[in-house]
Design a protein around this ligand. Structure first.
Ligand SMILES: Cc1cc2nc3c(=O)[nH]c(=O)nc-3n(C[C@H](O)[C@H](O)[C@H](O)COP(=O)(O)OP(=O)(O)OC[C@H]3O[C@@H](n4cnc5c(N)ncnc54)[C@H](O)[C@@H]3O)c2cc1C
Length: 438
């Protein structure tokens, strides 16, 4: 008898956890992702601020699943789902919208940036979601220092060295802290005409406090720490304008060449593909067995799904996605094996953490609230543990120790990827036809 076909779309935290947990299921599993790697997004900000190399936070998905004989990995972009024919449509380098049949479908396609209706901001304020984003932001930050050093007019230095983070959630706070450490340690003695320590780092958010998901006490501790690092924290106002000259907030223009968007996310189009009910943000409303109403064979998990627990929606964090991935695998395995369904999904919250500069983090887990070095040690341990392979764990650990002791960073290269024009040298104009760096 033909084996059941399980299609997983997305090799992020949710999709990969599901695939791994299906290792012993008698089925043919196909995992499709539009990138060839599983990305550890919580450390993206460290690539964007030169602390780590891109290859230290991402691993080819087929390498992770190389010993899993029942699983095939396909590099391709899913463009739609036909619920009646039970197939997804996949576009790859050579072919468009090729149908791929499923008996069980797991959609784990995550989120993308949301500019809250101001898509025109995207051009001037890149978001941080994938490796290409992190490299582009790293280029921008490092380029700003180079431009300032080359600039004869010292009155322009301040503008060139103003870095703005829009969004004071964990990513904005971690980025602001990391830039502050970068200018105060690694870069401090390398320039002659500018002093990187004079760089201005501004963190803006309409929320009245930084790190809104954390308790008020931890939020205050994080803000205090940022201010001690020299970060200007501007809260309570949304950004009115972002353009090539910087931002306008609360009627004031702050001139800057480097604005990073860390404010909002929007789910993948999974809800549109399925034409099912979504929440206000566009995430697919799922049932407590993680299936879509009326389709017990379609599961939607992770950031692109919406499920309430104890009257509140589950947060868009890696733990939710991984626990949902493993749960979905159990449901499918039991069905194939003719066993009873597991009890409804219940998220176990292990806590949240955010780093604020060198050797300082905030940690909240149940009633435990800690800030400082001990929280940072816990943060480092947990993040190392969740990296995809032992080789990543080792290299990241060594890099962190090296950076902690010497202040030296992993990767400070400005790499502009561009399309080569035959017969033409790689000039700046060629670089302007840049494609997203990989
Ligand atoms: C900068 C940053 C920092 C974060 N920090 C933390 C943190 O400290 N702690 C924490 O718990 N969470 C953190 N998160 C959130 C966490 O990364 C997400 O909650 C988690 O990745 C969600 O998992 P997922 O499987 O739903 O989606 P993802 O992990 O985003 O995976 C989605 C996958 O689907 C693929 N995909 C999308 N669309 C298609 C398509 N059409 N066709 C094929 N493939 C597709 C993508 O390439 C990707 O591999 C952070 C996120 C970001 C961006």
């Amino acid at each position: 008898m033909a084996l059941p076909q399980i299609v997983i779309v997305g090799g992020g935290f949710g999709g990969l956890a599901a695939a791994k947990a299906l290792k012993n299921t008698p089925a043919e599993i196909t995992l499709i992702d539009r990138t060839n790697h599983h990305l550890f997004q919580p450390l993206l900000y460290q690539v964007a601020t030169s602390a780590l190399f891109p290859g230290q936070i991402a691993t080819p998905i087929r390498a992770i699943l190389r010993n899993q004989k029942n699983t095939t990995v396909i590099l391709g972009e899913v463009t739609g789902v036909d619920k009646t024919q039970k197939c997804v449509f996949v576009t790859d380098a050579d072919r468009e919208d090729v149908p791929l049949a499923y008996d069980y479908l797991i959609l784990a396609t995550g989120v993308t940036h949301s500019y809250f209706g101001h898509n025109e901001f995207a051009k001037f304020a890149p978001g941080l979601k994938c490796l290409a984003d992190a490299e582009a932001i790293r280029n921008k930050i490092l380029q700003a220092f180079e431009q300032a050093e080359a600039e004869d007019d010292p009155t322009r230095h301040r503008d060139l060295l103003t870095f703005i983070l829009v969004g004071a959630g964990p990513t904005g706070v971690e980025m602001a802290g990391a830039i502050a450490v970068l200018v105060r340690s690694t870069l401090k003695s390398e320039f002659r005409r500018i002093d990187p320590v004079n760089a201005r780092i501004v963190l803006v958010d309409m929320s009245p406090r930084v790190l809104p998901p954390f308790s008020e006490k931890l939020s205050k501790a994080a803000r205090q720490r940022l201010e001690n690092l020299g970060v200007e924290v501007r809260l309570g106002h949304s950004v009115d304008q972002i353009d090539e000259d910087g931002i306008v907030v609360a009627g004031e223009r702050i001139v800057s060449k480097t604005v990073v968007w860390t404010a909002g996310v929007a789910p993948s189009p999974a809800g549109k593909w399925l034409q099912v009910e979504t929440d206000r943000a566009g995430r697919v409303r799922i049932q407590n067995d993680l299936t879509v109403p009326g389709h017990s064979e379609i599961f939607v998990i992770g950031d692109t799904a919406s499920l309430d627990q104890n009257g509140k929606p589950l947060p868009g964090v890696a733990q939710v996605a991984m626990q949902q991935g493993r749960y979905t695998a159990r449901v499918i395995h039991n069905r194939i094996a003719g066993k009873p369904a597991p009890s409804p999904f219940s998220y176990f919250d292990k806590g949240s953490m955010a780093v604020v500069g060198k050797g300082f983090a905030v940690l909240q887990s149940g009633k435990v609230q800690v800030s400082g070095f001990s929280a940072w040690l816990a943060w480092a341990g947990v993040h190392l543990q969740f990296l995809a392979t032992s080789s990543l764990r080792l290299t990241v650990f060594l890099q962190w120790v090296w950076t902690y002791v010497t202040g030296q960073r992993g990767s400070r290269l400005i790499v502009n990827h561009h399309v080569s024009v035959p017969g033409k040298p790689a000039t700046d104009s060629a670089t302007k036809a840049a494609v997203a760096s990989k």
